[in-house]
Design a protein around this ligand. Structure first.
Ligand SMILES: Cc1ncc(CO)c(N)n1
Length: 221
């Protein structure tokens, strides 16, 4: 069994909880309150600034030029395609790009991004990929699921989000990261695989907390 299949089987119930979170459900049926989405969009922009650094670190840790180039492409796609979505939403909410960049990160945004960067900086390339994968893979799964809801992709506010994360281009990038993790996991000891599994589980849990933090507009107490 591929390592990604093992992760998928083991973590299915937790993934389901992510999909079932009211933020995700309401995003899909179009009932999500605008201010919740606005809060999410700002925090997600701050999140992506840090997240994109994982791709830069991936290029540093890559063992061959092909992998290095792919991480450079992922870095570019995040900064210029994915974050363009956020800049476009920000414009609709009347938020400038400077305001977006200078917003205060919430405790969960800080904890999540710092956790990933810690694993990426201190671990091997496999640990880096285990840290970043639940974000990409999870959004691709959520994007596809929401896109299957009739009319969801045409929603005047949330349609753009759903179209981005269900797009074949996004799926192709997520698929490449899944394959890379499987390649890197091949031949590792059970103890090493367990470490990767823990990192993957923790970032999967952080994904849930990110939805929850956004739904409740949670900043410092
Ligand atoms: C919190 C979060 N996870 C994953 C993605 C997908 O890149 C994102 N934009 N934000």
């Amino acid at each position: 069994m591929k390592f990604s299949e093992r992760l998928q089987q083991k973590l299915r119930p937790i993934w389901r909880q992510n999909h079932d979170h009211p933020f995700v459900q309401e995003l899909g049926n179009g009932t999500l309150a605008k201010e919740k989405f606005r809060f999410y969009m700002i925090q997600d922009y701050l999140y992506l600034i840090e997240y994109s650094k994982l791709f830069a670190l991936g290029a540093v840790k890559a063992a061959d030029l092909g992998t290095m180039g792919k991480f450079a492409a992922l870095l570019h796609a995040t900064l210029h395609d994915e974050m363009a979505l956020h800049r476009s939403y920000a414009a609709r909410f009347g938020i400038s790009e400077d305001e977006l960049e200078e917003a205060e990160p919430s405790p969960i945004t800080l904890a999540y991004t710092h956790y990933m960067l810690h694993e990426a900086q201190n671990g091997s390339l496999a640990e880096l990929v285990a840290a970043l994968l639940p974000c990409m893979w999870g959004y691709w799964e959520i994007g596809k699921e929401l896109n299957a809801i009739p009319g969801a992709a045409e929603h005047e506010l949330y349609g753009e989000w759903i179209r981005m994360y269900s797009s074949p281009e996004y799926g192709e990038l997520a698929g490449w990261c899944i394959d890379l993790l499987d390649t890197l996991a091949a031949g590792k000891t059970e103890a090493e695989l367990a470490k990767l599994e823990t990192i993957f589980l923790n970032t999967t849990r952080f994904e849930y907390m990110f939805w929850d933090m956004s739904y409740h507009g949670q900043m410092w107490p």
